[in-house]
Design a protein around this ligand. Structure first.
Ligand SMILES: [Zn+2]
Length: 369
């Protein structure tokens, strides 16, 4: 082993063959292709483990990590197994097979599962997959699923069916992704929404993907994101116990009003809201709804407004717990120095909303003059 200038350790000398490697050569194991190549000192030729040529004597075999190392050691590539070509190589074939496997799996396959499938180590799999497709297996699987979900959403009238068909109903996914996204165990969510019926829909607006949901009491969720999928997952986890229904014409109408609100945050949504929170949160959210469009307050000012000047921190948490984007205008709360601070649905969206409100206000002022 030597150290290169970049600090990577590379094997420059050949290695003696291990038992596993020798077994792979004897079996002409295609799964070993890409893991190592072997040179035969009596012929000066190097091969992939799966090479169909006559097997060498074990004492003449030298192992190299790849073709480049073998070339550097003075070996020539075999013409039968063509160990230097990438296109059409067994490695490519394996990665292609993995891609098909991912495309046909209903759920997101784990790296472990894929490794078992092709007989590679997880590390080797990740590396080869990325080298050929430019994506990690997970990124590839997410891209496949997103594509599938978009297609399904156009085909199915039922969003639930579309989600199911895209492989999004499994509780294990809710468990891992839900936990990541919500910072809570889905078990704590299981009771959420139990016994209630929620209608929901996805839409696109100028601020990105939009999810709107309602109970019999009123609108219970409005969220924004770059992609529909995380919004659906978060929503599903939050209301894991509820009966979820696809939109009907009456609800489509309400969704259109929410989209209009996003385009013009100035207008009044004039839809009942189903606001669930602690008494304190509800007070904060009510106070938020009284901030006129085009104006902003600091957390401190809002705390003073509800008569609890010492509770600026708790006010900030209540703002962060808001699940009704724009309808409860927590985007109108900024830091005392005027900087935007965070926003559950992305600080860029907060900026865009405030700009829209500001422009609208200027317009109104001019009209009044
Ligand atoms: Zn060969």
């Amino acid at each position: 082993m030597t150290e290169t200038m970049k600090g990577q350790i590379v094997v420059t000398a050949s290695q003696p063959v291990t038992d596993t490697q020798w077994q792979a050569i004897l079996k002409r194991d295609r799964n070993a292709d890409g893991r190592f190549i072997y040179g035969v000192i009596t012929t000066g030729i190097f091969c992939r483990p799966s090479c169909p040529a006559r097997r060498p004597n074990v004492e003449n075999v030298r192992i190299f990590p790849d073709g480049t190392a073998a070339l550097q050691a003075g070996f020539r590539p075999c013409r039968r197994c063509n160990p230097l070509s990438v296109a059409g190589s067994p490695v490519t074939a394996t990665v292609t097979a993995l891609c098909r496997h991912i495309e046909h799996s209903h759920s997101l396959p784990t790296l472990e599962e894929l490794a078992t499938q092709c007989g590679w180590s997880r590390y080797h799999l990740q590396r080869q997959f990325k080298a050929i497709t430019g994506l990690t297996p997970r990124e590839y699987a997410l891209a496949v699923r997103r594509r599938r979900l978009c297609g399904n959403l156009q085909r199915h009238s039922s969003i639930l069916r579309a989600m199911e068909d895209a492989g999004m109903e499994s509780s294990s996914q809710l468990y891992t992704q839900g936990k990541q996204m919500l910072g809570m165990l889905p078990g704590q969510y299981r009771s959420r929404g139990a016994g209630i019926t929620i209608r929901f829909a996805m839409a696109e607006c100028s601020l990105g993907s939009l999810l709107v949901a309602e109970t019999a009491q009123g609108i219970c969720a409005i969220s924004l994101g770059d992609e529909p999928e995380p919004l659906l997952l978060e929503f599903q986890a939050r209301f894991a116990g509820a009966d979820l229904l696809p939109p009907d014409p009456a609800f489509d109408d309400k969704v259109a009003r929410v989209i209009a609100l996003m385009e013009d945050p100035h207008r009044n949504l004039s839809l009942p809201l189903d606001i669930r929170g602690t008494v304190f949160q509800q007070r904060v959210w009510q106070a938020l709804q009284q901030i006129p469009p085009g104006t902003t307050l600091s957390y401190q000012e809002l705390a003073e407004k509800i008569g609890q000047p010492a509770a600026a921190r708790a006010v900030a948490s209540a703002c962060a717990a808001n699940t009704l984007a724009v309808a409860i205008p927590c985007h109108r709360i900024v830091r005392r120095d005027g900087s935007l601070s965070g926003y559950r649905w992305g600080v860029e969206r907060k900026r865009a909303l405030l700009e829209r409100e500001h422009e609208e206000s200027e317009c109104e002022k001019k009209q009044r003059r």
